[in-house]
Design a protein around this ligand. Structure first.
Ligand SMILES: Cc1ncc(C[n+]2csc(CCOP(=O)(O)OP(=O)(O)O)c2C)c(N)n1
Length: 592
């Protein structure tokens, strides 16, 4: 094998073909010039030119994880935390498949990922060569776009195409609704540079720029809003999952005050900083009478953001449909979650509500009708608030009580809620408005239990703040490779609600009473997080008495250089019993 150093090209002796890796190395440079600074790399040979170029590029912080499934969720966490795309690299074969769960989550949760999968050149697919599968469009419709790079770059058009594609992919990941893009990269051997070879990055590369515009409320939409507004006195605003800026939260606060809209937001909406937000709709809509529900039926529903947790809110709105439902979303597909959608308004929700607040306040009589509707929602809310206070007054050794205690003690942090009962429990407990420095994250794009810990790890790596993950045992042990790397996580705290199985299946209607429940749904397991803590160097505490509940939390959140984990050891029967008691208490409030 010979090599022309000046041209950075290799010549194989066998066929005298010239293979230049320079265009491949330049991918890192283009990404850097597009403002990307984080890369997550999984080990492998086929991806070596990518691994080497990204790790040697001065603009990149490159981290490595051996388990691709975990790596992709870590990348997702980093992207969410930094609010910027993250490059994700793996070798060919099943490695690429293992990114899939996180890719789907990123797609539905609108997280920008630039996925670079190394591949064999096309002619070697299905030829019984090692580590080769069909990687074209491997993530199906769960990426915003799929790109395939050429394997040969000898013609200048091929290089132009390659450079253009990288630009397009990075821009696309952040255009409109953010999301993952996939670039499959066939690479020919030799894949490795010589030991003393210097990798250089061309500087005069094609860079395509694009201004990120926020669409303003169109004249037509604004006339429509002005015309419709006076005829709807019962207005409910529901915020879906999102991390919203101060502009939106203050505009919502004002709409809630001056226009008396009933503002509803569950725990993943991050609207808890607004004192008058209705956060307990899941509880009161589960038990309130038809008469109450009728009184809560909005004439106009305005929504924004992604999914809501509250099943009862969804069921209620699907049954008690508003006459009009406007959804405010800048770009992308709009879901008709409540089966009532009548108008899509294309602008940022902050712009919409700021504009709405400029509408004149109506006469006292008309305004009072709005206030009455809002008070009905608030009255239900207060009823639940009282029940919650009463329920948690007497300490008990239960995961629900412990979670309540944890949530009350939370300092300023990123709070990560794993899927299954954890995020639901947290929604029932709610975050008070004084917890406005807490930002809630949860993998609700696909609601998988497979990458909750890795996502929290990704956040912890890029955030100076405390990151608190609350998780069930199945979700936790499923994703134990989240700790299988060499990075310190001094700002990570984990609370494991270990009821030794998927307790949710005992609680929801359907599987709980079946003879198959324990074996095939709850899937009992015996593990304790203690061994994992020993293995990965996390400080461990176990709760098995009521007294320990308060004691153990005293210095849990202190930043003293170590990741820490608390495990509460219960069983699924106890968890089910306690949750039933909670529901009963709320139900009782509606019987009297
Ligand atoms: C990847 C994936 N597989 C399966 C499921 C279905 N599922 C939902 S909840 C759950 C059990 C979760 O158990 P655990 O984490 O212990 O939480 P708990 O129900 O006890 O609160 C399972 C298997 C899922 N959501 N995601």
């Amino acid at each position: 094998m010979g090599r022309d150093r000046n041209k950075n090209e290799y010549t194989t002796q066998r066929n005298q073909r010239v293979v230049s890796l320079q265009p491949i190395y330049n991918i890192a440079e283009i990404c850097a010039q597009q403002g990307v600074t984080n890369a997550v790399v999984c080990p492998g040979s086929r991806c070596a030119p990518l691994t080497i170029s990204f790790s040697r590029h001065p603009a990149f912080k490159v981290r490595t994880f051996s388990d691709e499934r975990s790596a992709a969720f870590v990348a997702l966490g980093i992207a969410q935390q930094t609010k910027a795309p993250v490059v994700l690299i793996c070798t060919s074969g099943s490695a690429a498949y293992n990114f899939s769960p996180a890719v789907a989550e990123a797609f539905y949760n609108h997280v920008p990922l630039i996925i670079l999968t190394a591949d064999r050149p096309k002619e070697w697919i299905n030829q019984l060569d090692g580590q080769t599968i069909q990687q074209n469009e491997i993530y199906g419709r769960h990426v915003k776009k799929y790109f395939e790079l050429p394997a040969d770059h000898s013609h200048p058009d091929a290089v132009w195409y390659l450079h253009r594609t990288i630009n397009e992919a990075v821009l696309l990941s952040q255009q409109g609704q953010h999301g993952p893009v996939h670039i499959n990269i066939p690479l020919r051997e030799p894949l490795y540079p010589k030991k003393d070879e210097t990798i250089t990055f061309s500087k005069d590369l094609k860079i395509i720029t694009e201004e990120k515009n926020t669409p303003s409320l169109s004249e037509t939409d604004w006339s429509f809003v002005q015309q419709q507004w006076p005829s709807h006195k019962k207005v409910a605003v529901v915020g879906g999952q999102g991390v919203y800026g101060v502009e939106l939260t203050s505009a919502l606060h004002i709409s809630n005050t001056i226009h008396a809209v009933a503002l509803v937001g569950d725990v993943i909406s991050n609207l808890h900083g607004i004192e008058t937000v209705v956060r307990y709709s899941d509880s009161f809509l589960a038990h309130s009478s038809n008469e109450i529900k009728e009184s809560l039926q909005p004439e106009l529903l305005i929504t924004f953001g992604r999914s809501v947790i509250s099943k009862n809110l969804k069921v209620f709105l699907r049954k008690y449909k508003p006459a009009q439902h406007w959804h405010i979303q800048e770009a992308g597909e709009v879901a008709d979650t409540f089966q009532s959608l009548t108008r899509i308004i294309r602008c940022h929700p902050a712009i919409f509500f700021e504009k709405l607040n400029s509408l004149a306040i109506e006469s006292d009589f008309e305004h009072q009708k709005r206030e009455n509707f809002k008070s009905l929602w608030k009255a239900e809310e207060h009823k639940i608030e009282r029940a919650i206070t009463q329920f948690f007054t007497t300490p008990q050794l239960s995961e629900f009580h412990f979670l309540h205690e944890v949530i009350q003690s939370l300092p300023q942090c990123n709070l990560h809620l794993a899927n299954s009962m954890t995020v639901r429990y947290a929604n029932f407990i709610g975050l008070k408005n004084e917890k406005d420095k807490i930002t809630v994250y949860s993998n609700r794009g696909t609601s998988g239990i497979d990458g909750c810990t890795s996502t929290a790890v990704g956040h912890s790596l890029e955030s100076g703040k405390l990151n608190v993950l609350i998780t069930g045992d199945l979700a936790f042990f499923y994703d134990r490779n989240a700790f299988w790397h060499n990075y310190d996580l001094p700002n990570l705290r984990i609370v494991v609600l270990n009821n030794h199985g998927g307790v949710i299946f005992g609680m929801i209607d359907g599987p709980g009473e079946l003879p198959e429940a324990e074996e095939f749904f709850i899937t009992k397991q015996k593990l304790s997080a203690k061994n994992l803590c020993l293995e990965f160097g996390l400080e461990y505490a176990r709760i098995d008495t009521v007294k320990k509940i308060k004691n153990v939390l005293k210095d849990f959140f202190e930043m003293d250089g170590k990741p820490k984990l608390i495990e509460i050891d219960t069983d699924s029967k106890n968890s089910k019993q306690v949750f039933e008691q909670f529901k009963q208490l709320i139900r009782k409030g509606y019987e009297s």
